[in-house]
Write a protein that binds this ligand. Structure first.
Ligand SMILES: O=C[C@H](O)[C@H](O)[C@H](O)COP(=O)(O)O
Length: 261
């Protein structure tokens, strides 16, 4: 049943629709995960129904299911080998386009897909912009084997890291440890503020039990920020430009949606 969008969802929907303008006929496109990315997947489905041809690589099982349900052609990353573009959401982005991702648990596939893409476009509402990363807990994907040793190694790194808080929480779902698409665990690091994201990312990934962390440094090229009042900011890292536009507010899916993610 269509329902009016909340202001937050309206902002996400506006960013998602505008980001689809970067998709050209014949492109291979990475599809992100999360509530903002879900708006993009649905809109891409509409564009494909209108004749656009794209091949898509989803970053999670749930994005794959949504993509197929809206008629997108889905292949694996191994089949696609490389991608022209990935469009994904983020939990936070800073002025240098460093990101925290993984609030939805998909950070590993998201980072692999983003790294295999010519360009990464992040879609966001204004609440995702921060001066310094770290207010959002940093997700770290770790193997279940030896998880306590991995936690201890993370705590040791945090003890000397430039952060405000140092608490580590095992992500739970339905009273059981959350399992990623790869069957791994997620440890959420409440850090408050991350002084040196690049350094922390490298340090965390040196721990044997850590598979990947949610800091995305040097991967994002463009950020599209949607605002509930219809404003759009296009921020391009390559040339430092910020272009402001207005969305067409009478477009039906800028006002109504079936549901989010
Ligand atoms: O694992 C999830 C992803 O990194 C999402 O892109 C991120 O959590 C943002 O999600 P949302 O668009 O729902 O805020």
């Amino acid at each position: 049943m269509p329902h009016p969008l909340t202001p937050g969802d309206l902002a996400k929907s506006i960013a998602a629709r505008r980001a689809c303008d970067y998709v050209e006929d014949g492109m291979k496109v990475g599809l992100g995960t999360g509530s903002t990315a879900a708006f993009m997947v649905r809109h891409l489905g509409q564009l494909v129904a209108d004749g656009l041809r794209v091949t898509c690589v989803p970053t999670s099982a749930r994005t794959g299911a949504l993509a197929r349900s809206v008629g997108l052609q889905v292949v694996t990353l191994d089949e696609a080998r490389w991608l022209d573009l990935t469009i994904d959401g983020a939990d936070e982005f800073d002025r240098d386009f460093n990101l925290i991702k993984g609030g939805g648990g998909a950070l590993l596939h998201e980072k692999i897909v983003a790294a295999a893409s010519e360009r990464m476009v992040v879609i966001a509402d204004p609440s995702k912009r921060v001066e310094t990363l770290g207010a959002f807990p940093l997700p770290v994907e770790a193997v279940a084997f030896g998880l306590q040793s991995t936690r201890a190694a993370i705590a040791e790194i945090l003890a000397s890291a430039d952060v405000l808080n140092r608490s580590v929480t095992l992500r739970m779902e339905d009273d059981a440890p959350y399992a990623t698409d790869e069957g791994n665990r997620i440890l959420d690091l409440d850090l408050g503020r991350i002084g040196d994201a690049r350094r922390l990312s490298i340090q965390l990934n040196q721990i044997p039990g850590v598979v990947e962390n949610g800091l995305f440094c040097d991967l994002c090229d463009i950020v599209v920020v949607g605002h509930p009042d219809g404003r759009i900011e296009l921020r391009d890292l390559a040339n430092g430009t910020v272009i402001e536009e207005r969305a067409e507010m009478d477009e039906p899916d800028n006002i109504f949606a079936e549901s989010g993610d």
